[in-house]
Unconditional design. Sequence first.
Length: 319
Amino acid sequence: MLSADQFLKAHADGIHVIDTGFHRPRFDASYLLVERGRGAFIDTGTNHSVPRLLASLDAVGLPRDAVDYVIATHVHLDHAGGVGLLMRELPRAKLVVHPRGARHLIDPSQLMAGARGVYGDEEVARSYGEVVGVPAERVVTTEDGSTIALAGRELRFIDTPGHARHHHCIWDERSRGFFTGDTFGLSYREFDTDQGAWLLPTTTPVQFEPGALRQSVLRMLSAQPRQMYLTHFGPVDEVENLGAQFLSLLDAVVALGHAVARDPRRDALLREGLAELYLQRLREHGCTIGEAQVLDLLAMDIELNAQGMGIWLDKLAPQ
């Protein structure tokens, strides 16, 4: 077991970033908010992440019964797979989840079946384990604009479809930042350059909707946030520049999809096209990492993003 200082980093405004250990270092984050002796987790990682989350409470001196909320941005397993197991250790915590996702965390059977369909039985067992359900009486659902208070600190929820229809983002007025889940994309620290962070939209299965995603991002940008707290990975600033980068790349991804939609080699062309698009944008960003290493770091994203785009294109096809 690693010591907490190896995966826990204090940020401003009582926000702590926890590297959940999923997939590789600095890939998947959970956030622990601490306000006047009370706590809330935003996203949890997987079952395998729970020991790190509990150790983080110990490291900041917060008792387990001082956690009031566990918040899932959406129910994909790298964000919410550990929710049920974590809740067993937090006697006073309520789960806060989008109304479209609540039933899947109360009874995870359909969620697990969907994950096995995407990843396969062996990978789900290895990476996620068996997701534990949460008693319905401990679940609170949100609606667009609803709020909760953590020791008086207001957290506001906005409905943000596009990556998933069961996705909300959380506005924290104190830090003037959004906890974005996957709606504001992925930004891996390996790709930071003198130009700052680099961001890509995630189009993973099965509910990628580019028009809705664009509107969700524009809505968040209209609040003029100082920070975006990404699950993949960590806080980023220069939000206006990143937003423009995101929308430009989203347009390019959509254009790629339409260009290959009717080609018999569509799925392979999507993978190849995404790889080339990411490499091109990273070169423009000043990234000096070798091509082979870039493709290795992005291999899982390329595969899953291509799958999600294929499902989106299938839905557009005439019946």
